[in-house]
Design a binder for this molecule. Structure first.
Ligand code: OOG
Ligand code: MG
Length: 259
């Protein structure tokens, strides 16, 4: 795909996010492959960075084996995180800033050193500083939250907001392989799961991200926040909701939703 076309599609998805207006899938009129989808993602992030947003990390998506099997894919996807998307636990999101937000429980790694693929889950550990619990709010810019995989990649893997818990645990003090989690909305249990659902092991997800980035000559940087991927299905959010996840060892992370 020509660069001009990449820029046109990046503008379309970026302005859908900016104006909170869902759009038709990009591939409905212009089919493209994964390589072009990531170029569109990077071009749309470049527009955000030109407006002053700062990159703070990366996220993995579709890491759940069940979800991947269901969608007939073998690889997860990744997206970019900016400071504009970052919130503290207990903060509020506004429906007016989202098309159709959903929330999912995650865990996040804070990186101590650069991490360069090819690498393995075991090798990744020494590049990590600490682990925190997280909630991610995803909000597809496509009508009805429906998309093909190249579409969702172009849309920066539906990234919109993420919330980090305040319990920061050094990686040496925690085994992240099987942390139980309970997601409640307004006190009602909506999803339960384990960090083991994140690509079988959150460290495997981190290694996979480094390996996918290596294919395009990029790395995970020291200081980056990496969201490892949703541990359960994502749950719809509506005005007035209070969402809270309780994660074994990592404590709780919460958010409010207002109009
Ligand atoms: C894509 C993003 C998925 C995750 O953790 O699986 C994601 C989507 O489902 O809209 O963030
Ligand atoms: Mg996610």
């Amino acid at each position: 795909m020509e660069n001009d076309q990449i820029q046109v599609l990046a503008e379309r998805v970026d302005s859908a996010a900016k104006t909170v207006t869902p759009i038709e899938m990009l591939t409905a009129t212009t089919p493209f492959d994964f390589a072009d989808a990531y170029k569109i993602q990077r071009a749309s992030m470049a527009r955000r960075f030109e407006r002053g947003e700062k990159k703070v990390g990366m996220k993995m998506g579709l890491t759940s084996i069940a979800k991947m099997e269901q969608m007939g894919v073998h690889d997860p996807i990744y997206g970019h995180l900016s400071d504009e998307m970052k919130r503290e636990s207990g903060a509020t999101i506004f429906m007016s800033e989202h098309c159709h937000p959903r929330v999912e429980p995650e865990i996040a790694f804070i990186m101590k050193h650069d991490l360069r693929g090819p690498t393995t889950a075991a090798e990744c550990v020494s590049a990590i500083e600490s682990v925190v619990g997280a909630l991610e709010v995803i909000d597809s810019r496509y009508e009805n939250f429906k998309f093909t995989l190249p579409d969702v990649v172009a849309d920066n893997a539906s990234s919109t907001r993420f919330f980090l818990g305040d319990k920061v645990i050094p990686i040496s003090d925690i085994d992240v392989s099987n942390l139980g989690m309970v997601l409640k909305i307004n006190g009602e249990v909506k999803e339960t799961g384990s960090s083991a659902a994140i690509f079988e092991h959150p460290l495997k997800s981190l290694a996979k991200l480094a390996n996918m980035l290596a294919e395009v000559g990029e790395i995970i940087h020291a200081g980056d926040i990496v969201l490892a991927g949703g541990a359960t299905k994502a749950v719809h959010l509506a005005d007035g909701d209070f969402a809270e996840v309780e994660i074994e060892e990592l404590g709780s992370v919460s958010l409010f939703v207002k109009e």
